[in-house]
Design a protein around this ligand. Structure first.
Ligand code: SOE
Length: 364
C-alpha cells in the first residue's frame, strides 16, 4: 500500500528527552510507532517505553529491516550522518534532530543524499510552528514592520551552569565542535531567517567557555556565544546565546525592530506576540478568531487553552508526515535548512577562531 493511503509506520532511534518528544508527536499525528532502539541492545526496552513504541529493536539494522516508512533520528550529533545515510539507503524518510551534522560537508552531503533518494528529510526547527511565529512572519511579509532596522535577541538556558553539569553535547566528539551555538543559536538564526525571509550574510562572533573543566575533564565546546551580523538586505543584528545563564530555562527571545512596527516573540510565552508602535503598542494573543490564515493553519487549540513546545512539535511532525504523503506544507524545515544552519555554525566558529573577524556566510 502506498504511504498516501496507509497509516504511517515509524521507528525512533534514541530514547532520551528528544526521542520522547518525537514519539509523542508521532502518536498524535496518527502514526504507528513500530519500534525504537536505545544506545545498546539492553536499552531497547527502555527506548520503547520512553518513545511509546510497540517494541524495542536490538540495533539499527534490525529497525531498518522492519516495515517502516519514517525514521526519527534522536541520537547524539556525531551519529546523525551514519544513521541518516543508512535510513535513506534503506528507502526511509528521515526526521533528523539538529544540528543535522557536525560539519558543513556532512550536512550538505545529507541534503544531497535525501534529494537523490527522493525521500523527505526534515530537521525540527520547531519554533517555526508556534502560531504567533507564523503571525509574525505573515505581518512582516505584508510590510507591517515598515523598514526593518535591526534584529536582536538571545537564547538563554541554565542547565549547564554548574561546574559538574554534564551532557554528551559538552563533548566535542559526540556533539561536534560547537555546542551552545549549534544546539540553540541554530534555532534563533533559523527562526530569524524564517520570519524575515532575509538571510544572514556576514557574521562576527566570540565564544566563551566559562566551565573550562567539567567532572575533571577539559571542555572544548563553548558555554556561550555572542555575535553581530548583517543580512543580505543590509539589516544589522546581534545575538547572545548561553547555556550558563542562571534562571533562564529555554528562553529564546527575538525582537524585530521596524520603522512602523516592531515585534517581540518569547518562546517561553509563545501564545503572545508583542507588536510595538510609536502609538498604541499591542500584546496579541493566540486567538484563532484573529489569527492570519498561515498562523491559524498551525493552531491546535481554542482560544484560552495554552499551547506550547510539544504542540509546536506536534504540528511540525504532522507537516513532516504530510510531506511524506506528497504534500508540500508551507514552512517545513527540510535538510536544506539543516545544511544552511551548518554554514552559519561554521561561520561562527571560523570568526571566533580569527579574533571575531567578519566571515561571509556561504549562501547557496
Ligand atoms: C537542549 O539544549 C535543547 O533540548 C535543544 O537541543 C532543543 O533543540 C531546544 O529546543 C531545547 O533545548
Amino acid at each position: 500500500m502506498s504511504t498516501s493511503a496507509r497509516r504511517l509506520r515509524v521507528g525512533i532511534v534514541g530514547g532520551g528527552f528528544m526521542g520522547r518528544v518525537h514519539g509523542r508527536s508521532a502518536l498524535v499525528a496518527g502514526a504507528q510507532v513500530v519500534g525504537a532502539i536505545g544506545s545498546s541492545p539492553e536499552r531497547a526496552g527502555a527506548a520503547a517505553d520512553a518513545t511509546g513504541a510497540e517494541r524495542g529493536f536490538a540495533d539499527l539494522d534490525e529497525l531498518l529491516a522492519a516495515d517502516i516508512d519514517v525514521v526519527h533520528v534522536c541520537t547524539p550529533n556525531d551519529t546523525h550522518l551514519p544513521v541518516t545515510l543508512a535510513a535513506l539507503e534503506a528507502g526511509k524518510h528521515v526526521v533528523c534532530e539538529k544540528p543535522l551534522a557536525t560539519s558543513v560537508q556532512d550536512a550538505a552531503g545529507l541534503h544531497a543524499a535525501a534529494l537523490e533518494a527522493e525521500r523527505v528529510g526534515v530537521v525540527p526547527f520547531v519554533y517555526r510552528y508556534h502560531p504567533m511565529v507564523r503571525e509574525l512572519r505573515t505581518r512582516i511579509a505584508e510590510g507591517e514592520a515598515g523598514v526593518i532596522t535591526s534584529l536582536h535577541g538571545s537564547y538563554l538556558q541554565d542547565w549547564l551552569a554548574g561546574e559538574d553539569d554534564q551532557n554528551w553535547r559538552v563533548d566535542d566528539e559526540a556533539g561536534g565542535p560547537s555546542r551552545t551555538f549549534a544546539d540553540i543559536g541554530s534555532h534563533w538564526c533559523d527562526l530569524t531567517e524564517f520570519v524575515t525571509g532575509d538571510r544572514i550574510a556576514a557574521i562576527s562572533a566570540q565564544l566563551r567557555t566559562v566551565r573550562a573543566r567539567r567532572g575533571g575533564a577539559e571542555v572544548r565546546t563553548e558555554d556561550l556565544a555572542t555575535a553581530q551580523f548583517r543580512t543580505e538586505a543590509g539589516v544589522v543584528g546581534t545575538i547572545v546565546v548561553s547555556q550558563v545563564a542562571a534562571g533562564r530555562k529555554n528562553r529564546l527571545y527575538l525582537e524585530v525592530s521596524g520603522t512602523e512596527s516592531s515585534f517581540g516573540f518569547d518562546q517561553e510565552d509563545p501564545d503572545r506576540l508583542w507588536v510595538g508602535r510609536r502609538a498604541a503598542s499591542q500584546l496579541l494573543t493566540r486567538d484563532p478568531a484573529t489569527l492570519s490564515p498561515p498562523a491559524a493553519r498551525v493552531n491546535r487549540l481554542p482560544a484560552g487553552h495554552a499551547q506550547g513546545y510539544q504542540d509546536a512539535f506536534d504540528s511540525f511532525v504532522a507537516d513532516s508526515y504530510a510531506a511524506v504523503r506528497g504534500d508540500r506544507p508551507d514552512g517545513l524545515p527540510d535538510f536544506a535548512a539543516g545544511a544552511r544552519s551548518a554554514r552559519l555554525i561554521d561561520a561562527v566558529l571560523r570568526s571566533a577562531a580569527a579574533d571575531s573577524a567578519w566571515i561571509t556566510v556561504e549562501n547557496s
